[in-house]
Structure formats: structure tokens, C-alpha cells
Ligand binder design. Sequence first.
Ligand code: PLP
Length: 457
Amino acid sequence: MADQRIKINLDESQLPTQWYNVVPDLPSPPPPPLHPGTLQPVGPDDLAPLFPMDLILQEVTGDRFVDIPGEVLDIYKLWRPSPLYRAHRLEKALGTPARIYYKYEGVSPAGSHKPNTAVPQAYYNAKAGVRKLTTETGAGQWGTALAFASALFDLECEVWMVGASYDQKPYRRTMMETFGARVHRSPSDLTAAGRGIRAEDPQHPGSLGIAISEAVEVAGQDPQTRYALGSVLNHVLLHQTVIGEEALLQLASVDESPDVIVGCTGGGSNFGGLVFPFLREKLAGRMSPTIRAVEPASCPSLTRGVYAYDFGDTAGMTPLLKMHTLGHRFIPDPIHAGGLRYHGMSPLLSHVYELGLVEALALPQTECFAAAVRFARTEGIVPAPEPSHALAACIREAEACRESGEEKVIVTALCGHGHFDLAAYEAYLSGRMVDEEVTDERLAPGLSELPTVPAGA
Ligand SMILES: *Cc1c(COP(=O)(O)O)cnc(C)c1O
């Protein structure tokens, strides 16, 4: 009989002291990033204008575990270990024999999982003598996390915020400014990348790919400035594994082992952070959960994109990454889950998907908001629009258990709260939210503009 507790806490002394790198446990390593000019694998020196060496080394490390610095652990303790909840009331409302657990990352200072990587990124940059960090933000979660982390390490922080979100979410901007960041609407007139796009459309709603181009451009021009990315890259997923390591301990403390793990995927970091420690256990034969990524139907990089080398940004300034992509020029519809509107997917997660180790599912936003409202009314937490995708998938799974009578253990990450997303809830509750169908014709231009990379490169 499973433990009936609602909230499963860990002591501060049980906070993991190492991040987990899944790469050495995979049957093959992921393909390397390529230099867009030479098409050769990028070396540490190619990345040095953008990132401090400690992070570059974490990006390529073959070590299975990486020690978390003491200064970072001390900051993690402001909100970690985060709680794991059993969703008793949601289970009851669904009439399901399944047991649903959610790891709640909304307890962090930024209200999401993003500070798990913002803090070590700011730490390693400060240690390397960097003065300023530039970055992009979609819904504002990553910008908020980096603004918070920069404040703790006395770094300046300059954020390019996707225009559509900048217009819709003024309080996220205020929150970033409260932590001391400077925030620009992207595309902006401050960069060549932004000016080029504004020349064509002065009111362009922006995209993550465009905002990345702007932040990368500015960082590349100043030796004391570096760029920070909130998702996609290996070191980001590495830092996020504290989520899964804690969840493993929490489930073990109530004698549970997952049958199904689901998470939402924008660039793949909260998902990778939750599932990679479980994947390690699965590859070692100690458990056998089904692992499923959930993406928005409007931006379906895993389920309808191609696995190919592509740029991480719109202007084509980043190294080429082998990943599931809709094409770097693809501008997704302005759905409310701003954090899931990215044309690509983490190369590491894309590789794990290609190896058949995880499944993927794309869901329309109205089903996700219906799930989020149901969750709020039973569990008392208003979820961010992004994890509402994971909750909708949990509910599908739990309803299937109701039909089959299976007592599956379902685990997910509730990776952020939705306190700054009430305009999206208002659109849903008033019946104004729609699901735009993404036709093959809509996807075709993005998919046809991929950079050419010779086979075998
Ligand atoms: C940024 C963000 C996401 C998307 O990014 P991932 O790297 O895929 O996790 C999802 N949920 C929330 C709450 C976010 O802030």
C-alpha cells in the first residue's frame, strides 16, 4: 500500500551535491555542435566569446557526475529541496486508481525551475571575472531567474524579451527590473539582427530565435560580457538534474517507483532535469518507466520537426546543433505557453528521442488549460501554461487507468506557477482561447530553409 502522505519533503541535508550527466550512460554519444563556417566540431575556444570556460567544459564533459559548488548549494537552499506532492484530490476527481505525483518547482524565487541553472551560470561567470550577462526571455521566466541570480553575484543583466510577451506580460518585466535587470522589447533597434527585422515589420511580435540573436550579438562585441541560455544546451540540462535526483529520493522514501513520467518540453531542460536520473535507473535495469515528452501542437519540434543540423537562433549566429527542429526561421503562433515557443529542441534530448528512450506527444492549448483549471480546483496551485501540457498528459494517462483499472504511478514536474499568466487564464475562462491548426503548408517554409550540411558531417 502506498504511503498516503500529500507532501513529501526532504531535509536540507539530503539536497543532492552533484549534478548527473546522462551522456556516458547512453549507448552512443550525441553528435557534436558544428562551426557554421568550417562545418567542423566546435572547440572550447570557439565558444569562449559566449560562455566562461567552466560552463564550456560542463557542456562537453564525459564525467557521469559533476560536483555542485558550495556557493551554489547555499543559494539552492533558499528553496531546495523542492516538495514532491501526491495529487490525492485530483486522483479522486478523476476517479482513477492511478497515483499521481508532481515535483513542484514553482517554490523558487522566480516561480519556475529556471533558477536551478541561472544560479550556477551566474556563479561561473562571476568567478571568471565577467561583468555583464545578456540573454533572451520568452514568457519572462528565464529572464527573471537570470536577473535574480545576477543580483546575487553583482553582475549586470540585460534581457531581450520576445515582443509579444513584453506587450502581454508587463509585470514580468517589472519583476526582472526589481531584481536589477535592463529589459528590451525584441526585436529591438539595439542590434543589427533586431534592426533588420524591424525594417520589414516595426511591430514584429518577436520570437525566442530572434531574441537569442540579439543577446548573442551584444555579448560577442564586449570582452567583459557573456551570454547565458536558459534551456537547450547540455550544461543547462545538467544543472536541472537536481529535480530528478530529489524526486528519486522522495519516491523511494514512500516506496514508490514510476510507471510513467511525463513533462513539458520547450527546449527540454525541465524535462531532461526530471527524467535523466530516472533514465539512468532504467538503463541500469532498476526500474522501467515509460518516459513521455509533451509539446504544444502549435510548435511540434519533436513530433513534426526533422532531426537535422540547424541554428539555435533566427539570424544564424550560433553553432549548428543537431536537433529536432522546425527550422530557425519558423515563427510559432503566439500561444500562451511562451516558454514552449522554440523552433528547436535540446540536442541531447533529441538524441535520446532518436535512440527510442523517450516518447513524444503534442497537445492543443485548450486541452492543456482545461487540465490546468481542473488541477487548480483540486490541488490549489495555478500552473504556468507550459506545465499545463504535462498535466493534460497526466490526466489522459490517469483516465486510461480508470478504464483499464491499472494502478500506475505517474510522475511529472509542475515546473512553474502561473501567477503572471492570468491573462491567458482569462482568455480560456471567457471562451476566447482557440486552437490554431498547424498545417503542413505552415511548416513547409521553415523546414525548407535548413542550413546544408554534407552527410556524415
Ligand atoms: C522556460 C520554461 C519552460 C520551457 O523550457 P524547458 O527548457 O523546456 O523546461 C517550461 N516551463 C516553464 C515554467 C518555464 O519557465
